[in-house]
Structure formats: C-alpha cells, structure tokens
Design a protein around this ligand. Structure first.
Ligand code: COA
Length: 272
C-alpha cells in the first residue's frame, strides 16, 4: 500500500524537510516519501553530483522543489552554508532528518583508532552538528528532528563496536535535545531500521551467502524497504504525532527481538 493511500497527498505541501546524507539509500527513500506527500526537500551529502541527480529526480517524480548543497556532516561551517542555501530556496525547515552515517564490519581488536573515530565523527558528532546548525530554522517553525539509529544502539553486535557506540550516543543525545528543546516546540525522536533492501548498509553487513538465513531469522520474514522507514518518519513528523518526543521507534520486522547472537554467528562464519 502506498503512503498516499493513507496520508493526505498534500500533508507536507509548502513544508521543507532537510535530510543529511539524502542522496542515497534509506535517506533518499525518506526524501521520496516526504516528497510524495508534497514536501520540498533540502539535503546535504559529500558528493554534489549525487545530490544533483537525486534532487532532479525528486522534482521530476513529485513536482516539488528540491535543493542539495554538498557538505560533509563533520564540517560544521559547511553544514551551516548548506542549510542556509536550502532555506533561501525552500524556506525554513519543518523537519530535520539526521541520516548521514558510516558503517563497516570490523573486529574491535583490528579496528584502527581512526576507524573508530571516523564513525563516531560522522554519526554522532555529525548528528549534533546538524541539529545545532538547524536550530534557528527549527525554532522558527517549531519543527521536528528524526535521528536514524539502529539496533546496535541497544544491543551489542559483533564487529560493530564503533557503530554501537555512535548510535547509542545518538539516542541519548536525542533524549537530551527532546528535554531541552521541547520548550521551543521542537520534538526529537529516533527511528531504528533493521536491514533494508537495496541499501549500502545491507551491502556491507549482509554477505550474499547468508542472506536467506538472515531473512529466515527475522520474525516478519523479509528485509525492510526504504518505504517502511519513510512511512515511520512521515508519521513522526506529522500533526498526529505532536505529543511524541524523546522516543525510539524500532522498525526492524522484529529482527532484534531474539538478540544479536544470530548476526554474530553469521558474521563469524561468513568472514572467517
Ligand atoms: N575495515 C576497517 N577499517 C576501515 C574500513 C574497513 N572496512 N573502512 C575504513 N576503515 C578505516 C580506515 O582504514 C581509516 O583508518 P586509518 O586511517 O587508521 O587507516 C578510517 O577507517 C577512515 O577511513 P577513510 O576511508 O579515510 O574515511 P572516510 O571519512 O573517507 O570514510 C567511512 C568514512 C570509513 C565510514 C566510509 O566507510 C564511508 O564513507 N561510509 C559511508 C557510507 C556508508 O558507510 N554507508 C552505510 C551506512 S549504514
């Protein structure tokens, strides 16, 4: 079922949604969901060409305005410029999605200090920088922030020490910002996706030879789709969720319910 069969097609008409890392994967899927409900889309990412292609397609497919200005979320001044330019073209953002992330599987004992730092910098610092740079716009619109978290935030996963630390930090920060910024009318929530079909995350974390095994281990017996995550974001930012702040919504088909032992076993056997 399409989201436009459930939510009004103009739910986000005239509103701006800014998505970090919006040029691909889950984040582009989230952009498409909001655009299908009428939102104008601002985005940043590291590669301008990728952003341009994504924005052109969003405008063509949904008839909305889209603006992408390259910025690495680790670079605060660049983020400020990107957000300002999107505001100039689209108006102040109503929704910020902190989606930019880095991930690779690596055993803790061989992970270099810089490898650990890189993921913390992109995911955790990058999310704070994004919120900090977006605050004036969100204060003006009394908007909402959605963080893209992961099961690694609440369960230890083998070869994911860097990601677990970063995502747990994000969920804690989400609650702190919900606490502090509620008085500005700004709501903050996290979405924790499971494995999502066709994404870089699945390419990196789900070796082809254990794919079927992984699917069997998920209670809902399938990988997620980018639309599954886009729908949760569209709900969280909508006027029917206005009393929800400081929460994590897990959208993983139940993947994390039995724990991460299955993942550990699969990774160990797939990677030797
Ligand atoms: N295994 C172990 N270490 C790795 C690694 C891997 N697969 N990939 C990168 N690293 C280490 C590098 O060796 C480097 O450490 P060093 O200086 O000690 O050698 C450090 O991580 C930084 O790597 P670099 O490639 O310079 O960083 P970057 O900023 O260009 O890229 C990453 C950031 C590493 C997170 C990269 O994987 C990335 O750009 N990811 C974005 C896309 C993505 O991960 N999508 C999935 C999201 S779920």
């Amino acid at each position: 079922m399409a989201i436009t069969d459930v939510f009004a097609k103009d739910l986000y008409k005239g509103k701006t949604v800014f998505i970090t890392g919006g040029g691909s994967g889950i984040n582009l899927g989230i952009a498409r969901t909001f655009a299908s409900l009428g939102a104008n889309i601002g985005m940043c990412g590291r590669t301008q060409e990728k952003l341009d292609a994504a924005c052109e397609k969003l405008s063509k497919d949904f008839g909305v305005k889209a603006c992408g200005v390259a910025a690495d979320v680790r670079n605060f001044p660049a983020l400020e410029v990107s957000m300002q330019q999107c505001q100039d073209g689209l108006g102040p953002m109503q929704v910020l999605v902190c989606g930019a992330a880095g991930n690779f599987p690596c055993p803790a004992e061989v992970l270099s200090p810089n490898g650990f730092k890189s993921v913390i910098d992109i995911d955790l610092l990058g999310s704070f920088y994004s919120c900090r740079a977006a605050f004036p716009q969100l204060q003006q619109t009394r908007g909402s922030i959605i963080f893209i978290s992961a099961g690694q935030a609440f369960l230890p996963y083998a070869m994911q020490v860097h990601v677990g630390a970063a995502k747990a930090g994000i969920d804690n920060m989400m609650k702190n910002l919900a606490l502090e910024w509620g008085r500005h009318g700004i709501r903050c929530n996290s979405v924790a996706p499971g494995p999502i079909e066709g994404t870089e995350g699945v390419k990196r974390l789900l070796p082809e030879n254990v794919r079927d095994q992984m699917i069997e281990s998920i209670p809902l017996q399938r990988l997620g789709s980018v639309e599954d995550i886009g729908s949760v974001c569209a709900y969280l930012a909508s006027p029917i969720a206005t009393y929800i702040t400081g929460t994590v919504i897990v959208a993983d088909g139940g993947q994390n319910l039995p724990g991460s032992g299955h993942f550990t076993h699969m990774m160990m056997s797939a990677m030797g």
